[in-house]
Design a protein around this ligand. Structure first.
Ligand code: UN1
Length: 517
């Protein structure tokens, strides 16, 4: 590989270089190499990064494996201390890292900051968790016996993350994996390598402070960043030294990764596509519904896994809500996500724009009525892709509707009775997030019941996106079944041993089996 010349400096690239330097990333990490970092805000190239070779990556996995063997001996609350310090460093870095997230992923500034806040929050959660990795004690059927569960670290945890939450998803996995006594190896999206570099620099600072504070050195390779393309992801997936891979991305990616992991009996946490719906019932508070739908459907330019993609509206409120929603869709401010007042930033790249246009053409062929969806020229930058979010009224749930397009398209369907609405909501291959807007307790509870939403997330009177870290995050069916972040998601980063201890002098066998020698 011939290293390429440094990027021409523009106001945006200069700002990015200043942010990276403030965050502690050495210039040598982004001034040469063949991976281009770009900003969807202008489409310009911000930096050039070297990519790790397969040989180097294999060495790094070996180091991570050795690191895990050391780290598992450190008491969990002490491991929690590292994550507490990481949270502190992230809190300190929030303004700069949040801005970098905005520049590299195109989300609004408040969302860039919110993403880093999410990292701080999971560190707080994980630090507390480090004293609560509790196993059950269970009654033994035998006299003078005790049964209990012990949770042990797995080893190396591989993290494959997507562009849309370029750093928060790493932190959900890394914070839990590290307090659980594992090491982590991270392959970020090729579309967002700079925020990954910054996050790694922050981790290293936290590790150095941990050493000063505790006298404990952090094993080399406890947290490793691998900048590279699909072959590096495949290397992680195929490595016998990695017992768990947490992968976030498309269902297509999951279909490639899942069977490979299953074939070598590795564990997986898959966070794949969503096709999230909200039901708007007759009693819904329509002002609140309008705001919730606007944020969930248009926010982050439709590029969250939890983005609202289908709105299932009762016929009695359809003609009130939909015209209001159309007004919001045609007036929402689209533009530079750093500008106050902007609500819809850019799509990540041209491929996202093309996929959106293709979905809209297909919807039209299905007989849909489309409001918006066109490209919006904002900056005279041909490489930046801004769109007006699309509201697509459609009579039936066609294949186009059942497919996840990672762009701001909201399909609107009409319903008569709640069973029909719930059936529609569930009749897609994906099962991530869902909502109902209703003031009727029977409807709300039915929606949350076993015959209600089949998703991993089911909400009442809030949108489908913007989950807190305290709950388990993930979904069913083609979403992959994984759960990350809060609740007891930590258990996936550990292996459970069932221990039976005999403190008597006899050897009674379970189930009354007799075996006397
Ligand atoms: C994602 O889009 O990959 O619930 C994650 C949310 C965010 C996480 C989204 N907290 O929308």
């Amino acid at each position: 590989e011939t290293p390429q010349a440094a990027t021409e400096s523009t106001p945006l690239s200069s700002e990015v270089h200043a942010l990276l330097s403030e965050l502690g990333v050495p210039a040598s990490a982004y001034t040469h190499g063949d991976l281009l970092a770009r900003s969807p805000i202008t489409g310009e190239t911000l930096a050039h990064l070297p990519q790790i070779s397969s040989v180097e990556a294999t060495v790094a996995i070996g180091l991570a494996h050795a690191a895990a063997k050391e780290w598992r001996n450190v008491p969990a609350p002490r491991r929690g201390e590292l994550i507490r310090i990481l949270g502190e460093e992230l809190r300190f870095a929030l303004p700069a890292l949040g801005r970098l997230v905005t520049i590299e992923s195109g989300k609004l500034l408040s969302e860039g900051f919110g993403e880093v806040q999410e990292m701080v929050d999971i560190c707080t959660f994980a630090a507390g968790l480090s004293r609560q990795l509790a196993g059950l004690t269970l009654p033994s059927e035998r006299a003078n016996h005790r049964m209990m569960e012990t949770w042990h670290p797995l080893g190396v945890v591989g993290i494959i993350s997507a562009f849309n939450f370029p750093v928060a998803v790493w932190s959900w996995n890394a914070a839990l994996a590290l307090v659980c006594g594992n090491s982590v190896v991270w392959k970020p999206s090729e579309k967002t390598p700079l925020t990954a570099l910054a996050t790694q620099a922050i981790f290293e600072r936290a590790a150095a402070k941990f050493t000063v504070a505790t006298g404990h050195t952090i094993p080399e390779g406890l947290s490793t960043l691998l900048i590279g393309g699909a072959p590096i992801g495949e290397l992680l997936v195929d490595s016998p030294l990695i017992p768990l891979i947490s992968a976030t991305g498309s269902t297509r990616m999951g279909r490639a990764v899942g069977p490979k992991l299953a074939a070598r009996f590795a564990k997986s946490i898959l966070e794949l596509g969503g096709n999230n719906a909200a039901i708007v019932a007759p009693s819904a508070d329509l002002d609140l519904t309008l705001r919730a739908v606007a944020f969930s459907a248009m926010g982050t330019a439709g590029q969250r896994c939890t983005t609202l993609r289908r709105l299932i509206v009762h016929e009695s409120v359809y003609d009130t809500l939909i015209p209001q929603l159309k007004r919001v869709y045609s007036s929402v401010v689209i533009g530079d996500p750093r500008t106050p007042g902007t609500l819809v930033g850019p799509l990540i790249d041209e491929a996202a724009f093309t996929a959106m246009q293709q979905a809209l053409v297909a919807a039209k062929e299905d007989g849909a009525i489309i409001t918006g969806g066109e490209r919006v020229e904002i900056t005279n930058q041909p490489e930046a892709f801004y769109v007006r979010p699309a509201l697509v009224e459609i009579a039936t749930q066609t294949n186009t509707v059942k497919h996840e397009t990672f762009a701001p398209i909201l399909y609107v369907l009409k319903y008569r009775d709640l069973d029909e609405a719930i059936a529609l909501q569930n009749d897609v291959p994906q099962g991530l997030s869902s909502s109902i807007f209703t003031l009727n307790v029977r409807e709300a509870e039915l929606f949350l019941s076993a015959r209600g939403s089949d998703c991993g997330i089911a909400n009442v009177n809030i949108g489908t996106s913007g989950a807190e870290i305290g709950g388990a995050f993930g979904g069913e069916k083609e979403t992959g079944g994984g759960r990350e972040s809060g609740s007891d998601a930590w258990k996936q980063y550990m292996r459970r041993a069932t221990n039976t201890i005999n403190f008597g002098t006899d050897l009674p066998l379970a189930q009354g089996v007799s075996f006397y020698i």
